[in-house]
Design a protein around this ligand. Structure first.
Ligand SMILES: NC(=O)c1ccc[n+]([C@@H]2O[C@H](COP(=O)([O-])OP(=O)(O)OC[C@H]3O[C@@H](n4cnc5c(N)ncnc54)[C@H](O)[C@@H]3O)[C@@H](O)[C@H]2O)c1
Length: 320
């Protein structure tokens, strides 16, 4: 396969590309990335010399960039997006463009170039919050912030290309990922890098919000299976089966880094902060035989170790 991966210089995309080429040495990947503040070409510097990997700097909102990069590709995996909820609350412009309009440009080209599989990477946030129980793929979407609303728009548009034009679209909705190469604005790497610098960790409100945590390489494996065997026109939830309140997670991080609870700094809650996300992942388990492999304690240990050993990667990205 020759696969166009978009947003491959970001957190999940870079882990996906490395894992995919390790597992499928005969495949080729073209990585189209705009290199926003969140994208770093050096995340894949180990692959730059390989014939199977090609980096192209470009924007998924540009018809020309997409047309050129997609040439000869038989599959597309679209990771490219603005991904930080807090930034979307400040200004949703880039979110509407990349997370919605960019999907349209990609789908149009995928149609023109007869792509055989189009995987749209979406998020559990499109469901909105749930007090009890877990969301199934057939549940209604109720996104509650500009990030998740733009992502919901993007996946619905992609799915409409399946219904209307027969474009072979499959959508994944994963829970919160964590692991190596995550930009230190997101909770886990923010807290780790703060603690490594002796700084406090800013916890929103009471810390009662619940998220499900998924180790990034487990998500990449699930996406690989969806790419290979996912049924067109279907959505697959991908969760880590590791629900934690933010305060519980924070305590685990503090313990893992040998710090006390005095490092917690309560800050004003995010507006419209969803209380709990939860996914029912029985569909991907039954259809594709996927389950998360990495326990949270193990994944967190590996993640802390990576940030400890890769200070040169994150130091230039943190403010002071
Ligand atoms: N991180 C999570 O926990 C999580 C959970 C569920 C779903 N997702 C989804 O997974 C995808 C990847 O998330 P991430 O955490 O790796 O994000 P990220 O912010 O780390 O990376 C995004 C990448 O996309 C690139 N990009 C942004 N706009 C672009 C554009 N217009 N054209 C080309 N490239 C562009 C950036 O340069 C960057 O390399 C996103 O679609 C996100 O919505 C993420």
């Amino acid at each position: 396969m020759r696969i166009m991966v978009t947003g491959g210089c970001g957190f999940i995309g870079s882990n996906f590309i490395r894992q995919h080429l390790e597992k499928n040495p005969g495949d080729e990947i073209v990585n189209l990335d705009k290199l926003t503040y969140a994208g770093r070409r050096e995340n894949l510097s180990d692959l730059e010399e390989k014939e199977s990997y090609k980096f192209v700097r470009g924007d998924i909102c540009s018809e020309n960039d997409v047309e050129q990069a997609m040439k000869g590709c038989n599959a597309v995996v679209n990771f490219a997006a603005e991904s930080h909820v807090d930034r979307s609350i400040e200004d949703s412009d880039a979110f509407a463009k990349s997370n919605f309009f960019g999907v349209k440009v990609l789908c149009d080209q995928a149609r023109k170039q007869n792509v055989e599989k189009f995987v749209q990477i979406s998020t559990d946030e499109v469901y909105g919050q749930i007090a009890e129980g877990s969301f199934k793929e057939t549940d209604m979407l109720n996104p509650r912030n500009p990030y998740s609303a733009a992502k919901a728009g993007g996946e619905l548009l992609a799915m409409s290309y399946f219904t209307t034009y027969g474009l072979p679209v499959v959508v994944t909705r994963s829970s919160n990922n964590y692991g190596m190469f995550q930009f230190p604005e997101k909770l886990i790497p923010l807290f780790i890098t703060n603690l490594l610098r002796g700084k406090n960790v800013p916890l929103y409100g009471e810390g009662k919000n619940v998220r499900d945590w998924l180790f990034v390489l487990d998500n990449c494996e699930a996406i690989g299976l969806v790419l290979e065997k996912g049924r067109n026109g279907e959505v697959y939830n991908i969760g880590g089966n590791q629900e934690l309140q933010n305060i519980e997670l924070t305590k685990k991080l503090l313990a893992g880094l040998g710090k006390g609870e005095e490092m917690i700094e309560r800050v004003e809650d995010r507006p419209g902060h969803d209380l709990r996300y939860s996914l029912d992942c029985s569909k991907i388990e039954a259809e594709l035989g996927w389950k998360p492999k990495t326990g949270f304690e193990q994944g967190l240990k590996e993640t802390v170790k990576w940030y400890k050993e890769n200070e040169a990667w994150w130091k230039p990205l943190v403010k002071d």
